[in-house]
Ligand binder design. Structure first.
Ligand SMILES: CC(C)(COP(=O)(O)OP(=O)(O)OC[C@H]1O[C@@H](n2cnc3c(N)ncnc32)[C@H](O)[C@@H]1OP(=O)(O)O)[C@@H](O)C(=O)NCCC(=O)NCCS
Length: 224
């Protein structure tokens, strides 16, 4: 099933609201503001300027937008176990060491808090959870994983926001969030307001540091 309200920029893979794009136009044009900033700038330059680049511009605009498949976030069920392990495997060795597959399996078999999966056309493309710590005021983000072929397209952010929306709404006592991640991914959490408080070099593997990051509970309005 396709979602008629969302279109996908085929260059950046970012989603944009379809009502900002004239899908009925014979050729999809690159309207400033209707598409991702980076592509918008690129395509505006290509179609507006240099004649020698007209062909590229035409190709670019013809292939510019495709409808986005429906992406759905829902709670994990045991039937998702193997697909979640496959998500982790898709990130070995870049982001996880092989030993972590058994750790994830144990985690899934005894979930300490809510765990969610992201489905795209029936296929699992990401998963992630969150759990309260014993101190009663800290929540830890657990095993946030996006399929290696689907990273940097906004899925991780949507899943993070969903986890926080659901969990913080039900747990008003939580004051602080933490994540145990690696040096390769700390930039993602930094973009979401987390700061590094501890680094254990090579703790997760020969090329993987353990980086602990924290942030205060975001105010509700930041999570609209
Ligand atoms: C980390 C992860 C969950 C992020 O999800 P994602 O869908 O790729 O991220 P998004 O597309 O939502 O990115 C949001 C922003 O973070 C940035 N970002 C994403 N991954 C990043 C990384 N590894 N390093 C630095 N910045 C990163 C993006 O560029 C984007 O920035 P922008 O808004 O300025 O464009 C995902 O890449 C992943 O699963 N990585 C491998 C597994 C892993 O290590 N998980 C963490 C275990 S705690």
């Amino acid at each position: 099933m396709r979602n008629p309200e969302i279109a996908l920029c085929s260059l950046s893979r970012r989603r944009v609201a379809a009502d900002r794009i004239d899908l009925a136009a014979p050729k999809l044009e690159c309207h400033e503001g209707a598409i991702d900033r980076q592509c918008g700038a690129e395509c505006a330059v290509m179609s507006g300027g240099d004649r020698s680049r007209r062909r590229e511009a035409a190709l670019c605009s013809a292939d510019f937008l495709t409808e986005a498949p429906t992406v759905k976030i829902r709670p994990y069920t045991p039937a998702d176990r193997e697909a979640c392990l496959a998500l982790l495997r898709s990130n070995i060795p870049e982001h996880f060491s092989p030993a972590e597959e058994a750790e994830l399996a144990r985690f899934l078999d005894a979930l300490p808090g809510p765990y969610f999966v992201v489905e795209d056309g029936g296929r699992l493309i990401a998963s992630g959870g969150i759990a309260a710590e014993r101190d009663g005021v800290t929540a830890t983000l657990c095993w946030g994983i996006v399929d290696a072929t689907r990273q940097r397209s906004g899925v991780g952010t949507e899943l993070l926001e969903h986890r926080l929306d659901v969990f913080l709404r039900d747990n008003p006592q939580i004051r602080q969030l933490q994540t145990n991640t690696s040096q390769k991914v700390q930039g993602f959490y930094a973009k979401h307001g987390f700061i590094v408080v501890e680094v254990r070099h090579r703790a997760y593997g020969p090329d993987l540091d353990h980086v602990r990051m924290v942030r205060d509970r975001p105010p509700a309005r930041e999570r609209s």
